[in-house]
Write a protein that binds this ligand. Sequence first.
Ligand SMILES: [Zn+2]
Length: 62
Amino acid sequence: MNKLLLKCKVCGSYTLGPTCRKCGSSEVASPHPPKFSPDDRYLRYRLRERYSEKEPTNGVNG
Ligand SMILES: [Zn+2]
């Protein structure tokens, strides 16, 4: 469960809370960048494309 793992920008140590437990700094950020931004306006279109290609085929051939 390292989902909420954050890294202190000041001392570089890892912490699970909103503040560094080593130096007490609140300058903590996720060491890994998110895969996509939650406010990505194109995400909706991308999802629509992904789901639209899922069409039911009955094998109408001949
Ligand atoms: Zn720190």
